[in-house]
Design a protein around this ligand. Structure first.
Ligand SMILES: Nc1ncnc2c1ncn2[C@@H]1O[C@H](COP(=O)(O)OP(=O)(O)OP(=O)(O)O)[C@@H](O)[C@H]1O
Length: 305
């Protein structure tokens, strides 16, 4: 393959260009294990890379570090919330930016499922040192970058409840508990969705950038974090029975268009409601509706196996 052809292929990646790795670590993330971080750092040094470990000390600190760090690769050790902080900071930097890598350590780690990342330190080191570079496609929700999804309604309410309540010891259980109590509580206004000029009324609206949702579950088969495009997945009813059916379909990988479920590719979505409804991006609480979602023009380089 000629050099010119190699350089014009945006996925072509010369591993020898990775000389330095900065590990940005969130010690407050769900599955935080310093041993894994140290083993990964050792494995990377064993491959001849220079490694720096920076620990975050508070929410927002990862973004601060990512805004200025000069390195070939930023490897974020944490969950999707940590990656979201770093993605936000990288999107605000002029190109070229350091290549993003993920060290899966959070509660759900949806991005790690999406790009099929290993958790074993040796295999992760191989991904960082010699993996393929792909384009992480980014969505913007009210201008804020996300890579998994932006949503309004039931799931965003649960995120708000878990994040604003006392810090739960077991975050996954807190999600399940809030989901069950809220499913029975059914309230709040309808959502009006304008999707590329089409109008829908629904109770839950998710604009998916990625295929996966809530862990290994497939929400939108047509979507991909490493390809362009957004997919609207909306539920017209959030009555307990409708929610249970949708949850069962999600759990078994069979969620698709039905009498209650809207699934459609979209370029631009506006979600409004008569009174404010909770919203979230990438599992992190945002303010309330209205929510405007579009795809960003820019992508970020990310390392995949
Ligand atoms: N040192 C810190 N102390 C407290 N919170 C932090 C710190 N560093 C980052 N954070 C915040 O921790 C939050 C949760 O992190 P993250 O989402 O990565 O983990 P998680 O909630 O366990 O995993 P997941 O999102 O995959 O469910 C993020 O919003 C991030 O801003």
């Amino acid at each position: 393959m000629s050099l010119a052809l190699r350089m014009s292929d945006e996925n072509a990646f010369d591993p020898s260009t990775v000389r330095s790795v900065t590990l940005l670590v969130n010690p407050a993330a769900g599955g935080f294990r310093m041993k894994t971080i140290q083993a990964l750092a050792e494995a990377l040094r064993g491959r001849g890379l220079s490694v720096e470990i920076r620990m975050s000390t508070a929410p927002g600190h990862l973004a601060e570090l990512a805004a200025t760090v000069e390195t070939d690769v930023i490897a974020v050790a944490g969950g999707d919330g940590s990656v979201n902080e770093v993605v936000g900071a990288l999107m605000a930097r002029p190109a070229p930016v350091p290549t993003l890598a993920v060290v899966p350590q959070g509660t759900a780690n949806v991005l790690a499922h999406e790009i099929a990342l290993p958790s074993d330190p040796q295999r992760l080191a191989a991904v960082i040192a010699t993996g393929r570079r792909r384009d992480l496609h980014i969505g913007l929700a009210n201008g804020r970058p996300f890579f998994l999804m932006a949503s309004a309604g039931f799931d965003a309410e649960i995120v708000h409840a878990v994040e604003t309540g006392p810090r739960p010891r077991f975050k996954k259980l807190a999600f399940v508990h809030n989901a069950l109590t809220r499913a029975l509580g059914h309230g709040g206004p309808d959502l009006t969705i304008e999707a590329d000029g089409r109008r829908h009324t629904a109770r839950i609206a998710v604009v998916a950038k990625a295929k996966h949702y809530g862990g290994p579950f497939v929400l939108a088969r047509e979507a991909s974090a490493v390809a362009p495009g957004l997919v609207l997945v909306a539920l017209k009813s959030d009555r307990p029975w409708a929610l249970m059916r949708a949850a069962a379909a999600l759990a078994t990988g069979r969620l698709g268009p039905s009498a209650n479920v809207i699934v459609e590719p979209v370029r631009r979505v506006r979600i409004t409601s008569e009174t404010p409804v909770a919203t979230q991006i990438d599992g992190e609480a945002m303010a309330t509706t209205p929510l405007d979602v579009v795809a960003a023009e820019r992508t970020l380089p990310v390392l995949v196996p």
